[in-house]
Write a protein that binds this ligand. Structure first.
Ligand code: ATP
Length: 300
C-alpha cells in the first residue's frame, strides 16, 4: 500500500492517476498548488498524436493583466528534435511549460501539437501525450523500485531494469544495503535533488510518451550528478520530441536548438556553437556560468 506524505487533496489525484487517466505533470501541478484555470470545451476531442510536433504561434501571456510575462512567442519543436529554453530567472521559461500543459490559456496566439490547437482537445489526452520530469519530483513512501515502477505499473522486470540503467540509477541502487527495496520518501531515505530527478527520468523512460518535457531543477548539483543527468537526458530524448527548460547551460550544449528567452521574448535561437559565435545574450550567460564554475585559487 502506498503511503503518502502529501496533502489530503492529493489522494483523489493519486486514485485517478492509478486508474491511469493522468500523467506525471499532475503531480507538479498539485505541488505548485495551481488552481485549474481552464476546462475542456464542450466539443473537445482527444488529441490525435502523429509525429509530436509542438508549435507556439504568437503567444502572449500574463498571470495578471498589468504584468505581461510572454510576448509574441513563436517556437517550433519538430518531431524528434531536442530544443532547450534558457534565459535569466523570471524570463518565463516555466510559464511556457505551464501553457503547453494548458494550465492556463494564452491571452493571444495559440499552441498546437501536430497541427491541433491544444485548446480544442481534452486535457486528459493532452497530458497523456506528454511526459514531464519536473523540477521537484514527488516520491512516495514506498520502495525505490515501486517509485520507479509508478511510471508504468504494467512494465516487465526487464523494462524496469533497463529504465534504471538508462536513468543512471543503477550505481546508486547498488550502493544501498537494501538496494531497490530501500524505503524512500519522507519516512525513508531522503534522496538528493539529482537522485530524485533520476527516479523521475526512469519513470518517464518507462512511460515512453511521444513528447518529453524536462524542467531542470534549479538547485545546484555536484558534477557527478550533473553528468549522470546529462547522459540520462540524452537517453530519454532519443527519438522523442523534447523540450528542456535549462538552468545550467552545460546540460544542454548538445541540444539541436537553443532558444534564449529574455523578459518573455525570444531574443536568440541557434545551436550552442552558433550562439557562442553570435556573442549575444546566450554567450553572456554561458561565460557568466563558466566563471562561477572556476575553483577559487589563491593569488600566490
Ligand atoms: P526561473 O529560472 O527562476 O525558474 P522562469 O524563467 O522559469 O524562472 P517563470 O517561472 O516562468 O520564470 O516566471 C516568470 C514570471 O512570472 C516571474 O516573474 C514569476 O514571478 C511570475 N509568475 C510565475 N508564476 C506565477 C503565478 N502563478 N502568478 C503570478 N505570477 C507568476
Amino acid at each position: 500500500m502506498i503511503q503518502l506524505f502529501l496533502p489530503l487533496g492529493f489522494l483523489g489525484f493519486v486514485f485517478r492517476e492509478i486508474k491511469g487517466s493522468m500523467a506525471n505533470i499532475e503531480k507538479m501541478f498539485e505541488l505548485m498548488a495551481v488552481e485549474a484555470q481552464v476546462i475542456d470545451r464542450a466539443d473537445a476531442t482527444d488529441l490525435l498524436l502523429t509525429r509530436g510536433a509542438i508549435e507556439f504561434h504568437h503567444v502572449d501571456f500574463a498571470y495578471k493583466p498589468e504584468r505581461p510575462i510572454l510576448r509574441d512567442v513563436n517556437l517550433r519543436v519538430d518531431p524528434g528534435e531536442k530544443v532547450a529554453v534558457v534565459g535569466p530567472s523570471g524570463s518565463g521559461k516555466s510559464t511556457l511549460v505551464k501553457l503547453l500543459f494548458r494550465f492556463y490559456d494564452p491571452d493571444a496566439g495559440y499552441i498546437s501539437i501536430d497541427g491541433q490547437d491544444i485548446a480544442s482537445v481534452t486535457q486528459a489526452s493532452l497530458r497523456q501525450a506528454i511526459g514531464i520530469v519536473p523540477q521537484d519530483t514527488v516520491l512516495f513512501n514506498d520502495t525505490l523500485l515501486a517509485n520507479v515502477r509508478y511510471g508504468n505499473p504494467e512494465a516487465s522486470e526487464a523494462q524496469v531494469a533497463e529504465a534504471i540503467r538508462l536513468a543512471h540509477l543503477d550505481d546508486f541502487i547498488a550502493s544501498l544495503p537494501q538496494g531497490d527495496q530501500t524505503l524512500v520518501g519522507e519516512r525513508g531515505l531522503k534522496l538528493s535533488g539529482g537522485e530524485k530527478q533520476r527516479v523521475s527520468i526512469a519513470r518517464t523512460i518507462l512511460k515512453r510518451p511521444p513528447i518529453m518535457v524536462f524542467d531542470e531543477a534549479t538547485s545546484s548539483l555536484d558534477s557527478h550528478s550533473e553528468q549522470a543527468i546529462v547522459s540520462a537526458l540524452r537517453e530519454i530524448a532519443e527519438g522523442h520530441t523534447s523540450l528542456v527548460i535549462a538552468h545550467r547551460l552545460s546540460t544542454i550544449v548538445d541540444a539541436d536548438r537553443i532558444v534564449v528567452l529574455d523578459r518573455g521574448r525570444i531574443c536568440e535561437s541557434g545551436t550552442h556553437a552558433e550562439l557562442l559565435r553570435a556573442n549575444g545574450a546566450y554567450a553572456a550567460l554561458w561565460w557568466a556560468q563558466q566563471k562561477q564554475k572556476q575553483p577559487l585559487v589563491s593569488s600566490s
